[in-house]
Design a protein around this ligand. Sequence first.
Ligand SMILES: NC(=O)c1ccc[n+]([C@@H]2O[C@H](COP(=O)([O-])OP(=O)(O)OC[C@H]3O[C@@H](n4cnc5c(N)ncnc54)[C@H](OP(=O)(O)O)[C@@H]3O)[C@@H](O)[C@H]2O)c1
Length: 343
Amino acid sequence: MKYVKFGSTGLTVSQFCLGAWHLPGTGVKDRFGVEEVDKETFAKVVGKAYDLGINFIDGANRYHGRMSTADLDHVGNSEKLLGQVLKGYPRESLVVATKVRGPMAPFPNGQGLSRKHIMWQIGESLRRLELDYVDLYQIHWEDELTPKIETLRALNNLVDRGLVRYIGESNHNPAGVVEFMELAQRYGMEGFASMQEPYNLLERQKESETLPVAKKYGMAVMAYVPIAQGVLSGKYLGGTEKGSRATYIAQMASQYFTPEVNAAVSSLVAIAGEKGCTLPQLALAWMLHKQEQLGITIVPILGITKISHLEDNVGALDVKLSGDEMKRLEEMAATAKMGPASY
Ligand SMILES: NC(=O)c1ccc[n+]([C@@H]2O[C@H](COP(=O)([O-])OP(=O)(O)OC[C@H]3O[C@@H](n4cnc5c(N)ncnc54)[C@H](OP(=O)(O)O)[C@@H]3O)[C@@H](O)[C@H]2O)c1
């Protein structure tokens, strides 16, 4: 494993982070008709990631593990499962991230970025995760109804109380991030160590306005959907594989299954063949090489349902790309003409 500094902080994280949004499934439905998480396979995935040197894990209070978007009967499940598994590892060898913002209860203040909601949810996340503190506490998306200074002060209070080591943001518009960072500077508070954004070879919308903000403030970028939810493996070219994400996330079809995306992915599969690597390795290697070009730390968050996928993806560390190869990949991927998506 390669290790990187987390933006301008002193924190060291593995070059890859393990995501806890979609986890392995059992195929068996719970009493609400939602597929259950295969806990044993999930524990094995975490174990394999740990053995490969991945010390960084990303979750959210809302994640279920198989249901997306999780309803209020299913939120918190992923954190609970993580808590059970992480107990088996030395706490200080791990960097654990989670998020707050989304609906967790039906009552007023059951969601948002108010001081009240944040103070409640950090306690709930720590209880589910069975931890005394989280390393990175991220605001999941914007809350236009709460003053930024209130959110920032609440997050700083958690740092002061030792419940949180670093704070980060996700899915905010660039101007909003600047506002937060300027407030932090003005009042001598902790600003965000990181931003978490959708980013992959096919979806590069964040490069123009959002990633430059990360560079300006020394924030690390945590890239989610780094292989486009599996599309950048080429596996959907032959139809929908049984049990794969597209079989239970309907939105994937409208987002990714277009003639343009298929043609681009086919071309990329061919380049991977020329390079002697797999397409996930090529797509992830492209992202790792972008760090130098863009002057920022980028940590792809891998979604893993099978150990073989994890072993495959980590192989990206060994794939070297020249400037010309990077350009060729980008030209080819641009023909997919992917628009902005929501997750
Ligand atoms: N901040 C946010 O709003 C936000 C939003 C989304 C995600 N995230 C974070 O980002 C993480 C990663 O997102 P993601 O799971 O969408 O990322 P991803 O890595 O783009 O997609 C993961 C999926 O791709 C397939 N896959 C992975 N490696 C493969 C391989 N080598 N060969 C074939 N298929 C492969 C698997 O699908 P199958 O299950 O079909 O096999 C896997 O579940 C999440 O866990 C979460 O932590 C954050």
